[in-house]
Design a protein around this ligand. Structure first.
Ligand code: FA5
Length: 377
């Protein structure tokens, strides 16, 4: 018995300290101390067959050995735990004193900022914000606005037409009701499609579905097939405005627009109304704003270099919008009873407001994708 215990002790002292991981250690623990077939357990179980004097000594020795093996296992387990922890700490080491990686922060495009501001100002005056499609039918963009085919006024807007092989597009749901409103019946579902040249078609879409009183603005992108310069681009933004009620006059228009400019530029501004022709208003006019970039002087401010102001083309004024009193033909096109309402409409260039607001000398900067420009906002 003594020899057997010595053998077990030697094996335990050789094998346990060399265990590579916890699984091996668990196996060794079972090998020596396992409840069913552990080497020491079997010895202890066989003690009862020894003669009494031998049983006592062997029992003492076996119990001592159990303590030795338990201690070896405990020591090895602590050692393995420490190695594991060290390797985790090594892998996940973090230098908390290192400066962090700076995340690039985006910002709103200046036109988006100004668009939101415009919406806020008009909402504070009781207007609602509505939208319309950028791909529009010829009827909404021109005919319903009193610009029939072959009318020379169409040339005022150089248009991007969407072509098909057939010449016309089949528009889903293009029944008289959806596309023509109550006052206009389109018998076919085929239409000429175009990229809208202005936001005025949204007036028509809205009036077809709503009766006066109306007080809306409709911001959105418009497209024109024309030459570009410092204040003209082929795609730009307009905000359409429409106010229809009883007893509305140009005086109401002037009050609303002056209030709008005052809130937008945070100062008193000068505007001038020039008579102009738009087939969907009568009378019609254009509204110029005293150039905020050059202070109305026509000379470029020192910060923008020498020479005349490119934004107002040295005139001191920049054309900001077309406007007028809604033409009876337009009311007729949407099915209103003639003579029952008056109203004004306007279409203001959002890019131009943004240029004035931030003193931006060239409209083409907006879509240049130049981060040096965009990061300033
Ligand atoms: C129109 O588009 C009319 N629909 C406006 C209107 C609405 C008149 C309601 C009457 C009643 P106009 O083509 O003038 O009008 O354009 C309106 C404004 O859009 C201009 O005053 C200008 O601020 C802006 N704008 C026009 N063309 C360009 C362009 N190429 N680039 C940037 N802004 C432009």
């Amino acid at each position: 018995m003594h020899d057997e215990l010595k053998k077990i002790e030697k094996a335990a002292c050789d094998e346990i300290p060399g265990a590579k991981n916890r699984d091996t250690l668990d196996d060794l623990k079972i090998k020596f101390l396992g409840r069913e077939r552990g080497a020491l357990t079997l010895i202890l179980r066989g003690l009862k067959n020894l003669p009494a004097p031998d049983r006592k000594t062997a029992g003492e020795e076996a119990n001592r050995l159990r303590g030795v093996v338990e201690e070896l296992v405990k020591k090895k387990l602590n050692e393995l735990k420490k190695t594991e922890l060290d390797s985790i700490l090594k892998k996940e080491w973090l230098d908390v004193t290192r400066p962090g990686v700076k995340k690039e922060r985006g910002s709103l495009h200046p036109i988006t900022r100004v668009r939101r501001e415009v919406e806020q100002i008009f909402c504070s005056m009781g207007f609602s914000v509505v939208e319309g499609p950028e791909v529009e039918t010829e009827w909404y963009n021109f005919d319903a606005l009193n610009i029939p085919k072959d009318h020379p006024a169409r040339d005022m807007w150089d248009t991007f037409w969407l072509k098909t092989e057939r010449g016309m597009w089949k528009v889903e749901g293009g029944t008289g009701k959806v596309f023509g409103g109550t006052g206009h019946t389109l018998r076919s579902t085929f239409h000429n499609l175009l990229l809208r040249t202005h936001t005025s078609p949204v007036q028509i879409r809205y009036m077809q579905k709503h009766n006066p009183p109306i007080r809306i603005i409709a911001p959105g992108r418009v497209y024109r097939y024309e030459a570009t310069d410092a204040s003209h681009d082929i795609q730009f933004y307009q905000v359409e405005g429409l106010l229809i009620d009883k007893n509305i006059s140009i005086a109401n228009f002037k009050a609303v627009i002056l209030e709008f400019f005052k809130k937008m530029f945070l100062k008193e501004v000068k505007i001038r109304l020039r008579p102009s022709y738009f087939p969907f208003v009568e009378p019609g006019f254009e509204v110029d704003l005293s150039c905020i970039v050059c202070g109305g002087k026509g000379r470029a401010p020192r910060s923008l270099g020498e020479g005349g102001c490119s934004v107002c083309k040295k005139t001191g004024w920049l054309e900001m919008m077309g406007a007028g009193m809604v033409h009876p033909k337009v009311f007729e096109a949407v099915g209103y009873v003639p003579g029952n309402q008056q109203g004004f409409a306007f279409g203001v260039g959002l890019d131009r407001i943004t240029m004035m607001k931030y003193k931006i000398p060239n409209i083409r900067l907006f879509h240049s994708g130049d981060l040096r420009f965009l990061k300033q906002f």
